[in-house]
Design a protein around this ligand. Structure first.
Ligand code: F6R
Length: 611
């Protein structure tokens, strides 16, 4: 999705803006641009450089540009093709430049009115409407601030914007409503961006803007107004995210790096939980009371986070006996009728900014007396701020578009949540809770052991690149992992793949099975293994090529398979976390062999902040 960076400083901001944009490349984009109030002329003038291409091309084109104040943008096309004319920043009148993330829903009406007032449009974007609207308001308003406030009042939709005005050459304004924006504080300089990743080399001192906030930055001072145009103070937070986390190091791709970071990411996520046992307080002061009185659980998420939610249903139902439903956020956000009173909504999101999920929890709050528990990897995200309870996963910055360490840390946190719910509701004995807890300290080493089997997945990848389709099968908690394995292969290797509950095979997909259909099967050595064996026989009898990933103890399946990876350890209830690893490696190596853009797969964005 689109990215915004802005800076005001006593030094040339161009290198900071370009570096910031390159750190946002992972979010997905198709064009880029920068606008400055240039210092070279006898009087300040607006300078704009745009390319229908990569940030590296923009850097080349902007190498001689210089200014002490500027805004920059990577665009992921929504309104209009990815051309230079549609790239941001957009010029309003002859005095305003705007960058924008999000979608303006009433842009067509506003555009018609502005055309009537004599404004000429040179792009197909909704953003140009904002730029002209601010220019129009500037012609009537007493100052820059009131003009932007008045323009924003007329906008419907979700947005984050950055605005330059040639007549206020020391000031830049940014504002958010529905799309994230963070301000960074430096010495005699300040910055803003849609994602902290852009600012990490510049500062660790951040202010997270709230919904409806507008900030005026002039290098020396920052003033913030809320949605009612009241001057407000927002807390300054010191981050402990290191800018090195955005470095690739010895790895070929961020996805590969992030796969191998999982033992540490999981250890960091479990740190607090291990110290606290399954103490509900991990999720917030009121968690014990909310956990005890909750009448039902509803999990809401998108994509991989939704798959994590599907796994959690098995754990929570087994350990607490509570009814659990799992919904896709883009569907749930439009549900009608009352939400059951006392429902605990578990909202799972790596970014905490996914538009569908935010809309879904707001919808839930409107439809019933519910409590929201957020599981998120980003501190101070919109999701965590709007939730009653939260737990932060400690995956660190995830840059590869395909979720890996964010997904497995979500699973680890959900396992802790299931244990904590059981603890609060006393549905398991002390001994049973201890048995569940005892698996956790072993997890990082279990993941490292499976990562050491990477070469086997490289071999499988060699075979997989020749197929156009694949089926993934699993049972119980490994069924959602089959869905997740298939999603990974689709999104980065562009191979059509479907995940199925193994028992569902003969209800339809068995018709697809022949020698051209590789079938990746996840087998746990549990009470359902015999059932899975029947499914393997069904596939083998039809010439299907089975690639088996199995726990020790599943060797009886070997005669039916083309190739097998026997994991080096037993995985117990943590099977879904451990089995995710070979599936991530398989997708990664298949994509790498096919030569796709592994970290930035086509048409996808890291954080989906628009509907
Ligand atoms: C897939 C992937 C996406 C995200 C989904 C939700 O690899 O990363 O499916 O899981 O877009 O994003 P978050 O978790 O940020 O809400």
């Amino acid at each position: 999705m689109c990215g915004i960076v802005g800076a005001v400083s006593t030094r040339n901001v161009v290198p900071m803006l370009i570096e910031g944009l390159s750190r946002l490349e992972y979010r997905g984009y198709d064009s880029s641009g920068i606008a400055l109030i240039s210092q070279s002329a006898t009087q300040p003038c607006l300078e704009r450089i745009r390319v229908a291409g990569r940030v590296a091309d923009l850097a080349q084109k902007a190498q001689h540009a210089s200014g002490l104040i500027g805004i920059a943008h990577t665009r992921w096309a929504t309104h209009g093709a990815p051309t230079e004319a549609n790239a941001h920043p957009h010029l309003g009148g002859d005095n305003v430049m705007v960058v924008h993330n999000g979608i303006i829903e009433n842009f067509a009406e506003l555009k018609a009115e502005l055309i009537e007032c004599g404004f000429a449009f040179s792009s197909d974007t909704d953003t140009e409407v904002i730029a002209h609207l601010i220019a129009y308001e500037l012609s009537k308003a007493p100052d820059f601030l009131s003009a932007v406030q008045e323009a924003i009042r007329q906008l419907k939709g979700a947005f984050a914007i950055g605005v330059l005005n040639i007549n206020s050459p020391q000031q830049v304004i940014c504002a958010r409503q529905g799309s994230p924006l963070v301000i960074g504080l430096g010495f005699q300089e300040s910055f803003f961006a849609s994602d902290i990743a852009a600012l990490l080399p510049l500062t660790q001192k951040m202010i997270y803007l709230e919904e409806g906030d507008l900030a005026l930055l002039n290098g020396q001072a920052i003033q913030i107004w809320d949605s009612k145009n009241t001057l407000v103070e927002r807390p300054i937070r010191m981050l402990d995210v290191c800018s090195d986390s955005a470095e690739l190091g010895p790895y070929r791709h961020y996805m590969q790096k992030e796969i191998f970071e999982q033992p540490v990411a999981l250890a960091n996520t479990l740190n607090q939980a291990l110290a606290a046992g399954f103490a509900p307080t991990l999720f917030g002061e009121d968690a014990a009371a909310i956990f005890t009185t909750a009448t039902a659980i509803r999990i809401i998420a998108c994509g991989s986070s939704y798959h994590a939610g599907l796994v959690a249903r098995y754990w929570i139902e087994a350990y607490t006996g509570m009814p659990v439903s799992v919904d896709i956020a883009s569907e749930y956000r439009y549900s009608q009728g009352l939400e059951q009173r006392g429902t605990l909504i578990i909202a799972i999101s790596q970014s905490g900014e996914t538009a569908d999920l935010l809309a879904a929890i707001r919808n839930a709050k409107e439809r019933g007396e519910v409590k929201i528990l957020a599981l998120c990897n980003v501190a101070h995200s919109t999701l965590t701020r709007e939730a009653d309870l939260s737990l932060l996963t400690q995956a660190g910055l995830e840059i590869g578009v395909a979720s890996t360490k964010a997904f497995t840390t979500q699973l680890a946190a959900l396992y802790v949540l299931a244990g904590s719910l059981a603890n609060a509701r006393q549905t398991l004995s002390e001994a049973q809770l201890l048995e569940l807890a005892n698996w956790l300290p072993r997890l990082p080493a279990m993941i490292s052991a499976v990562l050491s089997q990477e070469s086997e997945m490289e071999n499988w990848a060699q075979a997989l690149t020749h197929f156009e389709h694949a089926l993934y099968l699993g049972r119980n908690t490994l069924f959602p992992i089959a869905l997740e394995g298939a999603l990974k292969l689709k999104e980065i290797a562009y191979i059509h793949a479907e995940g199925y509950a193994a028992g569902e095979l003969k209800h339809g997909p068995l018709a697809l099975v022949d020698e051209d259909m590789p079938i990746i099967v996840c087998a746990a050595n549990d009470s359902l293994f015999e059932k899975l064996m029947s499914n393997l026989r069904e596939v083998e009898a039809r010439g299907g090529q089975i690639y088996l990933i199995a726990e020790p103890g599943c060797e009886a399946a070997l005669p039916y398979v083309k190739s097998a990876l026997i994991l080096p350890i037993s995985t117990g209830p943590l099977a879904p976390i451990v089995f995710s690893i070979p599936l991530q490696l398989l997708a990664y190596h298949t994509a790498h062999r096919k030569g796709t853009d592994v970290d930035k797969p086509r048409n996808l964005a890291k954080s989906v902040t628009v509907e």
